[in-house]
Design a protein around this ligand. Structure first.
Ligand code: DGL
Length: 259
């Protein structure tokens, strides 16, 4: 059973890739909507939420945990790996493929404040982006738009122009989505970034990595896969996203939980 969590529904952009790649697996998803966003919260608070969620997942029989949140990965993955024996797969900022693909040598990165502060992001930058220019923008307000189901419209456009226009004027030809909520804004991001700008979403690579982890531990196969989706807050937008991913997902698999 693969358990997936995020501060909110953003991690469904990762779950979507996991489900595409491994539809036969059992899944648990937890949206910590009552505490969203994590992007500006103290690191200790995020670590404590990650522990509570991990304990919940282990009590439900999880075998692998995917931290479908760049912010929680940055804050807590090392701590979690040291404390628990269950394997964790975290988000990797897609700096390397963006740096390789960029012809202009300028890459834009959109992420939360905590992700930019974390050592994971900064080490990745040192390793793969020493020869390119990186324009970092905190996507303030974007997580809230996604959480309220606004993937398009004036508010989204105004915010995106605020972050992407600078990247464009500096000739960035690659934009890294450094927060799992942002793939839900990908159409608007692509439109505003314009032609010739490639958007990099690490979710497919994270799904591949999870598959490798699963293959290394898997001892049994069940014939019917099962899904459960939990939220510590409202489930309305979660429901509508899940129905877009697969209309067969039943309402009964979505519930609220107090953690
Ligand atoms: N989806 C998250 C991420 O990937 C967290 C956003 C937030 O809660 O601020 O960073």
């Amino acid at each position: 059973m693969i358990a997936v969590f995020d501060s909110g529904i953003g991690g469904l952009s990762v779950w979507r890739e996991l489900y595409k790649l491994m539809p036969e697996q059992d899944y648990l998803y937890l949206s910590d909507s009552a505490n969203c966003p994590y992007g500006t919260k103290p690191v200790d608070f995020i670590i404590s939420r990650a522990e509570t969620i991990t304990d919940f997942f282990i009590s439900k029989g999880a075998e692998v945990i995917v931290i479908a949140c760049n912010t929680a990965t940055a804050a807590a993955v090392e701590h979690l790996r040291a404390k628990y024996s269950i394997p964790f797969v975290g988000m990797e900022p897609a700096i390397k493929p963006a740096a390789i693909a960029s012809k202009s040598g300028v890459v834009g990165v959109l992420a939360t404040a905590n992700t930019f502060k974390g050592s994971l992001y900064n080490t990745t930058l040192e390793k793969f982006a020493s020869n390119i220019k990186v324009i970092e923008r905190v996507g303030e307000g974007l997580v809230e738009c996604v959480e309220s189901g606004k993937f398009e419209g004036d508010e989204v456009e105004t915010l995106l122009h605020r972050y992407i226009d600078d990247m464009k004027s500096e000739c960035a030809d690659a934009i890294v989505l450094g927060c799992t909520h942002y793939p839900f804004l990908e159409s608007a991001i692509s439109r505003i970034a314009g032609e010739g700008v490639t958007i990099f979403n690490p979710a497919p690579a994270v799904a591949m990595q999870t598959k490798r982890v699963i293959e290394s531990i898997e001892t049994r196969k069940e014939s019917n896969s099962k899904y459960s989706f939990y939220s510590t807050g409202d489930t309305k937008i979660m429901r509508s996203i899940l129905l877009q991913i697969d209309p067969k997902i039943s309402d009964n698999s979505i519930q609220t939980v107090e953690l």
